[in-house]
Unconditional design. Structure first.
Length: 490
């Protein structure tokens, strides 16, 4: 692993005291800030630059990649205390726009004190995007209803892995979380900051936690929203996600039943769930492939999963269900509108997701192992269990170049977690809280939501985050917040 091949402390260090270990030319870059050429970022007044980093940190004299970053400068230079770097999750999500989107949620005090930094992680978006020859919109599928459906997914997973690795195996194998954490530290050094303040969501919480483990002396104010269990990073996360989404589907079904006059899925939650389960079976008999998009028993559960994380998407999910029902009835549908709803909710790049997930942690290789797990959960998780336990491209990926990071440290982080999170289930946040021993856990009660720091959802959560980032004051104990009832749709 890298820690055994690089010295703990090099003779030459950057101004903050970081060991450069042959990386001085990367830490000593001067960013060339320019207009971003992006409507959202330009409207927000952001500037963009590229930071060159080693593709493989074990070989700093070898290939490089350029990581794209954006900056919204602190509104009051006299109060400025540093930068606040961010990651929106995924893995596979572009983060260049993230801080422009979150700026309205931050208090004026936070905006005054920090340069808000967004980034596209290595291999994603503008950061030397990784490509796979097989252009799949996702690497995740439901396994279907029988061994033949599962065999199709296993074949597709192998083909995807091969298509990602064949073009540029060196890049594909160096998109790991550990390397991205190293990139964060290079960005910190390039921007002249002794420490890193960080706001990460979803997978971004794992990236942040790994950073605190690898660079504890540079970790300052850390906010982790909708946290992953660091010990379950990789495909085991999806097993937790399956159970959480079954619960989330039941919650959505209550809402849909109240709107039976509009959608006709059923007048009770039980009837709505029965409608959904039957619809997936009907899709198996009426598959549709058009414009690079497939509707069948393997993809319908993923469409539901995409729209369950936020109750404000309840109507969008109902529209998607109705569109699928129209298609299986043999009637024409607007495929572009369907794709827009789903991709808008989950804007992830499949190559980048595969590179990180498969590059972080070796997955089981035996296809029979996956199929036994699928069969074991069909009765209790009929919609999402076959997804959460399904085989992926990681089963066919080479072993990672280094083992994953074991997170266990005393960085005083702030962890935010909703009890009804469908992407990172509540126990995942509890595990992160356990591993970061001096963290504070802020629980958002009785809320099906992924990402708790947002406009209108919970003034309690927002005040805690802004107070911590602005003044460095965390709650003395773990706390429970509640959502504003006005956030939820009727």
């Amino acid at each position: 692993m890298l820690a055994t091949t690089l010295p703990a402390r090099a003779a030459l260090a950057d101004p903050s005291g970081a060991a450069l270990d042959g990386l001085e030319r990367f830490y000593h870059q001067q960013p060339d800030w320019k207009p971003c050429g992006d409507a959202v970022l330009d409207r927000a007044g952001a500037q963009c630059a590229g930071v060159v980093v080693p593709l493989d940190y074990r070989r700093p004299g070898g290939r490089t990649v350029t990581v794209a970053i954006s900056r919204l400068t602190a509104t009051d230079p006299a109060q400025r205390r540093g930068m606040l770097l961010s990651n929106p999750g995924g893995p596979g999500a572009s983060g260049l726009r993230m801080m422009a989107n979150f700026a309205p949620v931050f208090s004026p005090e936070v905006r005054a004190r920090y340069d808000l930094i967004g980034m596209d992680p290595r291999g994603i978006g503008r950061s030397d995007r990784m490509e796979c020859a097989l252009p799949l919109p996702t690497m995740l599928f439901g396994a279907g209803f029988d061994v033949l459906g599962y065999a199709r997914d296993a074949t597709l997973a192998a083909a995807l892995a091969s298509s990602c690795l064949v073009a540029d195996p060196e890049k594909a194998r160096n998109l790991s979380t550990r390397n991205t954490a190293r990139d964060l530290d290079v960005i910190r050094g390039v921007l002249g900051e002794p420490t890193l303040n960080y706001f990460g969501v979803s997978y971004g919480t794992y990236l942040g936690a790994v950073y605190t483990q690898m660079f504890p002396e540079h970790s300052d104010r850390i906010v982790l929203d909708s946290a992953m269990d660091p010990d379950r990073a990789g495909i085991t996360l999806f097993q937790d996600m399956a159970a959480a989404n079954e619960t989330g589907l039941d919650d959505w079904a209550i809402w849909a039943a109240r709107h039976d006059a509009d959608y006709h899925f059923g007048s009770s939650a039980a009837q709505v769930r029965a409608y959904i389960e039957k619809l997936i079976h009907r899709a198996a008999g009426h598959p549709l492939f058009a414009d690079g998009y497939l509707i069948d028993e393997h993809t319908v559960p993923m469409m539901l999963l995409a729209l369950l994380p936020n109750p404000k998407l309840n109507a969008d999910l109902a529209d998607v269900v109705r569109t699928i029902a129209t298609e299986v009835d043999g009637l024409p549908i607007d495929m572009e509108a369907l794709k827009a709803k789903i991709s808008g909710a989950v804007p992830l790049e499949t190559p980048g997701m595969a590179g990180v997930l498969c590059g972080d942690k070796a997955a089981p290789r035996d296809p029979v192992w996956y199929y036994h797990n699928i069969d074991a959960v069909r009765a209790t998780q009929p919609v999402f269990g076959p997804f959460g336990n399904n085989i992926t491209a990681c089963a066919y990926w080479p072993d990672p170049p280094e083992p994953p990071t074991r997170v266990s440290n005393s960085t005083p982080a702030l962890i935010l977690q909703a009890t009804g999170d469908t992407r990172t289930a509540y126990p995942e946040g509890l595990a992160m809280h356990r591993d970061l021993t001096r963290s504070r856990l802020i629980t958002l009660a009785d809320t099906r939501i992924h990402g708790t720091f947002r406009l209108g959802l919970s003034p309690c959560v927002n005040d805690i985050v802004n107070t911590y980032l602005g003044d460095g004051i965390r709650p003395a104990t773990d706390l429970t917040c509640h959502p504003d009832p006005a956030y939820f749709p009727d």
